[in-house]
Design a protein around this ligand. Structure first.
Ligand code: MSP
Length: 526
């Protein structure tokens, strides 16, 4: 019996450019969470996908000389495209939605009509400042120095007949939602920002249809209009479960969503427009929206136009997928911005992976191999000097879980590395290579190696959602079979059989020459 259901989503990505490490960040974190929850025995639905409509895509496709559908097909499904990237990064999504999927289009038409029929969508005219890249109209008070508040680019005056969604009607209800469900929007600072900047001043109605371009889902009862991309996009979270379509039948099982992971600049859409639309549809609200920070490059957001895009494929190919995943989770606080640079990545690989856990595993396995031909003897002699390491490994389960449940990946990992560092220190304190010189120390030596293997096993089980492949390889090396590599088995120390047999293997986390690598990367990433 599963422990419960867990529905996690990432934003659906615009297939206008190749994705960069900043885009990959959110999806990797969501994957870590999905794997962690599966490991704990939850029935997980992990959804990601692509947001394929809108003027921007229509324009880029035209410039490229292909139809919008061919254009997005190539970026999503083509070689080196989004699907390939997720495969490369070992993203274990359960469902991938494209907003051009038939079933989604069918649902959106019905959703739009439903909101129209209940009086929340009405026809009017839109006049105002429009940001083409963000596909957003802005009021004068929202503009920053006359430019788009999201991307900082120039806005144009635009006017068109359009449908509007009565978002204004929902301002009080949303403030009430934040009050009644304080976890609805995390981190807390993002909630304050929404209240002070948008909700308190009063919400405006949102323009939800366009007539100036064709690449979108037509409004069912007025086909000269296409549905505004954010209405199209946000509803993916329910259409992908089968809301208003026959394709899937998972809505009752997984909705309401456990958590939507989103970047901070799209928190506004997810924490205001999205709940307002759901209220209009009479659908339950998601339990949480988590607005993570941006990966910055020299203090600026990565973007193609700034030419500071880091290609995750190059990094994953050179240093390993797991290593990259680990770096993203270990280096940054999920809710805050963080600066990305290659030197930080390489330093992390060398310190945490090569020197710390990598070294611990290879030293321990090599000693078990050398002193006992791989298999430990059955009699182990305890000493009080073992207590600290055992206690630390035994207590890891609790702190790890607390941090993971709060999406504090960095803290969860930092606790794991307290145990691996302690284990390395334990080797230095107990000096197995000296004990090995004397036959009479065999039982003590066996206990030391056993304690090390157990500490490794526990740490590596908890590292598995972050580095699935490397952890599997380590568990094989330390002789932990599948039954004793489960989440529950990491709750207590002493699960490995006393006569465990190790399997010496390749070095899992090699060290890199930082200066040399930096040179290579700067040449590759132009
Ligand atoms: N299509 C919309 C989302 C619709 S969800 C119903 C969209 N797409 S996007 O491709 O532009 O961005 C997808 C995600 O990538 C966003 O959450 C955005 O915050 C994130 N990131 C883009 N650049 C980023 C960084 N440099 N760092 C971290 N996340 C970044 O928005």
């Amino acid at each position: 019996m599963p422990k419960g259901t867990y529905y996690i989503t990432t934003p659906i990505y615009y297939p206008s450019n190749k994705l960069h490490i900043g885009n990959a960040y959110c999806t990797v974190m969501a994957d870590i969470m999905a794997r962690y929850k599966r490991m704990r025995g939850y029935d997980v639905m992990f959804l990601t996908g692509t947001d394929e409509h809108g003027m921007k895509i229509e324009t880029v496709a035209r410039e490229t000389g292909v139809t919008p559908k061919d254009f997005v097909d190539d970026i999503v499904c083509g070689k080196g495209g989004i699907l390939d990237l997720w495969e490369k990064l070992n993203i274990s999504y359960d469902r991938f939605i494209r907003t051009t999927d038939d079933y989604h289009e069918e649902s959106i038409k019905k959703i739009f009509k439903r909101m129209h029929d209940n009086g929340d969508i009405y026809k009017g005219a839109y006049k105002g400042s429009y940001c083409t890249p963000c596909e957003s109209f802005w009021t004068d008070s929202q503009l920053v120095e006359g430019n788009c508040p999201d991307c900082g680019r120039e806005v144009k005056y635009a006017e068109e007949e359009a449908y509007f969604f009565r978002q204004s009607k929902y301002a009080d209800k949303i403030i009430e939602l934040y009050r009644n469900q304080p976890d609805f929007l995390q981190p807390q600072s993002r909630m304050n920002e929404m209240i002070n900047n948008f909700l308190k001043p009063g919400l405006e109605d949102v323009c939800v249809s366009r007539t100036t371009f064709k690449w979108g889902i037509p409004v069912d009862f007025d086909p000269g209009h296409v549905v505004y991309v954010w209405v199209d996009a946000l509803n993916n979270y329910i259409t992908a479960l089968g809301y208003e379509n026959e394709r899937y039948d998972d809505f009752d099982k997984y909705w309401p969503c456990t958590v939507h992971f989103v970047g901070k600049e799209i928190v506004r859409f997810h924490s205001i427009l999205w709940p307002a639309m759901l209220m209009s549809l009479g659908v339950e609200l998601p339990k949480q929206v988590f607005g993570h920070g941006w990966l910055l490059f020299d203090g600026e957001k990565m973007s193609k136009s700034k030419g500071n895009v880091i290609d995750p494929i190059i990094l994953a190919d050179r240093y390993g997928v797991d290593t990259l995943r680990f770096f993203l989770a270990r280096e940054y606080t999920f809710g805050a911005d963080g600066n990305f640079n290659n030197e930080l990545l390489l330093t992390r690989i060398n310190t945490d992976l090569a020197n710390d856990i990598g070294n611990l595993v290879s030293r321990t396995v090599a000693m078990a191999d050398k002193y006992f031909g791989g298999a430990l003897p059955s009699v182990h002699e305890y000493s009080p000097e073992d207590d600290e390491l055992i206690a630390l490994a035994n207590g890891l389960h609790e702190t790890y879980e607390t941090h993971m449940e709060k999406l504090a990946f960095q803290n969860a990992l930092s606790d794991i590395f307290k145990v691996t560092s302690r284990a390395n220190k334990y080797i230095d304190e107990t000096t197995p290579w000296i004990l090995a010189k004397d036959e009479t120390n065999q039982t003590r030596l066996a206990a030391i190696l056993y304690n090390l293997l157990e500490a490794i096993r526990i740490c590596v089980i908890f590292l598995t959602p972050v580095m699935p492949e490397s952890c599997k390889a380590i568990l094989t090396q330390i002789g932990a079979t599948d039954e004793i590599s489960t989440y529950d088995s990491a709750e207590s120390f002493g699960t490995l059989p006393k006569t465990v047999k190790v399997n010496k293997g390749e070095i899992i986390f090699p060290r890199f020459d930082v200066a040399k690598e930096l040179e290579i990367l700067s040449a590759e990433m132009v």
